[in-house]
Design a protein. Structure first.
Lengths: 358, 261
């Protein structure tokens, strides 16, 4: 497969088609419109594939549920305010254990916010988002290539665990163009012996989330919980870099991690030894990696494009074993590596050097 | 001896949880009978609503999925587009379809989705205990209109089927009432027509069923039937509201005998 230059949103759509996505349901919202536009052009070329521009995000996510229950690979995409509307359906997908891929190209919030890149939806994505006791797998790509790869993986994870998977990007990632190499299209999709396709020569089935009997509902909740435990054990992904000899670790995901990388490079030139932990799965969160790193490194700088959301997970992971610093830029502002470098320098001289000189 | 009637093959033996005199159990049975008569159980998928009929899968022996409140038409759309050769029916109440799910319903009709909606209109929110629905009549008392529905405060009874009837994608829309043996037979015929319209790829179809809710109406089952005919049907007159089918069978002998009594 040759390398090509493509826009992030188009890459999500193309990767989804290659991963066997048979249905896409969407509703326009900036900055992710290119996903639906690409799908409207290319998905109908796939035999039997379905593209619908729905009348609302509510309709789109419920069409997604309808398609998922038939066993089709299905994706919907939106941006923050639209994802809020989709939470109803995401909760139902989780409750009914139906696989689906939901893309959130995050923009500034709350409310209508703006259309600039943001990481304001971390809590919403990683805490379930809708009502009820459930989790969604959350993948946080930080490059266009990773958008392609993680979109591919998202479908596999969704099918493997019969659970909705969120791809948490942002306006920057969706809009920017980078070189990408796609994986070859999937030939064989997984068989789904639970799907509703009409009770032809088998007993009829139903798919539900209403379980009035409290004992049965509790059992269902524990069953889901056990599944989430397995996911937590098996699916954690994180990238670590420059941790060797580092005195300070930046924890950042998505495009924030790219900014951090630039800042780390600059800081290292100045003799400040900084490393990076980049969670790729935001849920399950790479707590173990962070905790183990704290055995040696005692300062963590959490950098997010919000006022501090992932920092809670970092603190939980650290269990007080290291000092946690924070730098955030909410509202769609994207800091430069130079700006973050200044923060690193400040943390380094105010905390780390000071401590050492005591 | 000739067997005239038996337990429908695709109606399970589970006792209905519905109140005595409720119309749901009648319509469930009619659907099960039709699925058997049309020999389509193996390719029927039903969508059950949030509402009294949420447990429809307990009674129907064909594949059934629950939808979130109001989203039946959207879920049915997702299913039908993936499995275009299946019969997809969405079973919904008046609050579900005419309030929270108005957008999903109207747009499914506008896309001419090849689905059939069975719309149970009992002029109140049954499952939650009898609150005002969009279809509640003027002056009608419910738990949220204790003084009766007041137009100034609560608006007018919603004629959702008439609204849907003007949409070009709506192939067949009919209003019926399960308030008499004759009405029940007409209901079955109407649902059959809608199913056939769907299977003939005609477009969207919906059958509105005026259906008794004795518990929340505070009436006996017999009085409920009477109230449908004398009051509810005056606001929502039964009849064919839209028929844009390309393949219309000639008025059959069956229809004549059905309407004769």
């Amino acid at each position: 497969m040759k390398k090509q230059l493509m826009r992030g949103n188009h890459v999500i759509a193309e990767a989804a088609i290659r991963a066997g996505c048979q249905c896409y349901f969407g509703y326009p919202i900036t900055p992710q419109n290119e996903i639906g536009e690409y799908m409207s052009e290319y998905l109908p070329k796939v035999k039997g594939a379905v593209y619908i521009q729905a009348e609302s995000e509510l309709a789109a996510i419920n069409m997604t549920l309808g398609a998922a229950v038939t066993g089709a690979r299905v994706m919907t995409s939106s941006s923050s305010p639209g994802i809020s509307l989709k939470q109803e359906g995401i909760s139902f997908l989780a409750g009914q254990e139906l696989p689906a891929v939901v893309v959130n190209i995050v923009r500034g919030g709350p409310g209508l916010g703006n259309i600039a890149p943001s990481q304001a939806d971390y809590f919403q994505a990683t805490r379930g988002g809708g009502h009820g006791d459930y989790r969604t797998i959350v993948l946080a790509p930080s490059s266009v290539q990773e958008l392609a790869d993680l979109t591919f993986d998202a479908f596999d994870l969704a099918d493997k665990y019969r659970n909705p998977v969120i791809i948490l990007g942002d306006g920057l990632l969706g809009q920017m163009m980078e070189p990408v190499i796609f994986r070859d299209p999937l030939k064989n999709l997984p068989r789904k012996d639970w799907a509703l396709t009409g009770a032809d020569e088998r007993p009829s089935r139903f798919s539900r989330s209403l379980i009035l009997d409290t004992t049965a509902m509790e059992d269902h909740n524990w069953k889901l919980h056990r599944k989430y435990e397995i996911i937590t054990k098996q699916e954690v992904r994180a990238e670590v870099s420059d941790l060797k000899n580092a005195e300070l670790v930046i924890v950042a995901y998505g495009v924030a991690a790219r900014i951090a990388r630039g800042a780390i490079k600059r800081s290292r030139r100045e003799g400040i030894r900084v490393g990076l932990i980049r969670p790729i799965t935001l849920w399950p969160f790479p707590s173990d990696v962070i905790r183990e790193t704290a055995n040696r490194i005692k300062h963590f700088l959490v950098f997010e494009m919000n006022t501090g959301q992932m920092i809670e997970d970092v603190k939980l992971a650290l269990e007080g074993k290291a000092e946690v610093h924070f730098y955030g830029r909410p509202g769609g502002s994207v800091p430069t590596p130079v700006e973050l470098e200044r923060v690193i320098t400040r943390v380094y001289y105010h905390s780390i050097r000071k401590e050492r000189s005591k | 001896m000739k067997k005239l009637y038996g337990w429908p093959k695709y109606l399970t033996r589970a006792p209905f949880h519905y109140c005595p005199g409720c119309g749901h159990s009648i319509v469930h049975r009619l659907v099960a009978e039709l699925v058997e008569e049309l020999n389509i159980a193996h390719r029927t998928l039903a969508v059950a609503p949030a509402g009294c009929a949420v447990l429809a899968y307990n009674y129907w022996d064909f594949d059934t999925v629950e939808a979130a409140h109001g989203r039946g038409a959207a879920v049915a759309t997702g299913i039908k587009r993936c499995l275009p050769d299946r019969l997809v029916l969405s079973y919904q109440g008046d609050g579900d379809l005419a309030a929270i799910g108005t957008a999903e319903t109207i747009h499914a009709a506008n896309r001419a989705e090849r689905i059939t909606i069975i719309f149970i209109n009992n002029a109140n929110y049954g499952m939650t205990g009898g609150q005002m629905a969009p279809t509640t009549l003027i002056g009608m008392k419910t738990t949220t209109t204790p003084e009766g529905r007041n137009v100034r405060m609560h608006g007018y009874p919603m004629h959702i089927s008439d609204l849907l009837a003007i949409i070009p994608g709506a192939a067949y829309i009919e209003r019926v009432a399960v308030s008499s043996p004759k009405g029940i037979r007409q209901t079955k015929r109407a649902i059959r027509t809608a199913f056939e319209a769907q299977m003939n790829d005609e477009g969207f179809s919906l059958i509105e069923v005026l259906s008794p809710c004795p518990t929340n109406w505070r009436k006996t089952p017999a009085d409920s039937w009477k109230w449908i005919d004398e009051v509810l049907a005056k606001e929502y007159p039964p009849g064919v509201l839209a028929d844009r089918r390309a393949h219309k069978p000639k008025a059959s002998a069956k229809k004549e005998t059905e309407d004769a009594d």
